[in-house]
Design a protein around this ligand. Sequence first.
Ligand code: ACO
Length: 381
Amino acid sequence: MVETGVTNNFVPGLEGIVAAQTRLSSVDGQAGELIIAGFPVEELAGQATFEETVYLLWHDSLPTAPQLAEFRAALAARREVPATTMDLLRAAASQKVAVIDALRMAAGTLTLAEPDELESQALALTAAFPTMVAAYWRLLNGQEPLAPRPDLGHAANYLAMLFGQTPSAEQARGLETYLNTVVDHGMNASTFTARVIISTQSDLVSAAVGALGALKGPLHGGAPGPALDMVFEIGDAANAETYLRQKLAQGERLMGFGHRVYKVRDPRAEVLSAAAARMFQGNGHQALYQLSRQVEQTAVALLAEYKPGRNLQTNVEFYTALLLHGLGLTPDLFTPTFAIGRVAGWLAHCFEQQQLNRLIRPQSVYVGSKDRRWIPLEQRV
Ligand code: ACO
């Protein structure tokens, strides 16, 4: 049915439609500029700890030293997850459920201890994500989960819970840069999902679970695994052109390229490429980094040839794959690790939405028929 007041201005994918005002991040797709709570991503990502970035998003100012110490402690104190959550993860591991799906299921079990205090709920959710992912990944690989380390920061603790070793300062910095880079990004699909859910006066856990479902798809947060597979399949820069031409000729999309908003190189790709270069210098995988640069250049050139006028450039996922691989993460951890960063952004958007809430409820234009007549079952052919 045509709803009252609807015009015929249907915009597929809501492209270009403004759905919120936000002070959290600004994405300029023409200039290739990302501002996070006032800071260019290039300035924030490599310097802030993840805790500082989360505080900045939730409080709109950088924390002082005492505020940061308190915030870090509050987050660290909430890293243990309920026994029910761990039981569910064990059951999921016995069924070999994918890590991102196990995270979605486990996040749904989080009954929030402090239901009236929004920041406590948000801290509990943010703190639990790395614990759930690391515990599940170990169970999936036949290992027992490791207890969280309250002495470590959010990023370092995640790596320690995965691998059972204290990460080096460079590794922790590399992951911290990644998490800061992906923490918020305008009205992306998962953030929009979170805002829609919270606009119904639902709860933060429901918003995070819904957002996880949106993040998982390959057109959003599910691209880095396939992007890395592509680099490994190419194997040698000499094979890049033939391989990529074949994919494009078959009408396939190259994972890690193209973006709804960016029509120039995604600024996050630059930040992550620089972070990957620093990390790969120290760990002997320099050849893989060089190969990725060559694959990127060839892909961008071929995309211009096959899709002229589309301005398809490298997006965040291409170097996400490389950086996370360099940290020892397996591809099934890439999207869950994206979620570990982005959950803080989802929650910040939930706070914003709650402040000036108006139920998000767009309209649709009916294009079906209007003159059908009921046919009894026995007469249908
Ligand atoms: N490889 C090949 N062709 C592409 C690619 C790509 N990566 N991206 C877009 N195109 C083509 C489309 O086939 C289409 O061609 P056509 O006009 O001949 O049909 C044209 O470019 C425009 O594509 P749209 O789908 O309209 O562009 P949209 O803005 O919806 O796409 C998207 C953005 C979904 C990210 C797309 O570029 C894509 O699928 N990329 C690959 C997946 C990926 O890397 N996802 C991660 C995105 S970053 C993030 O969410 C964190």
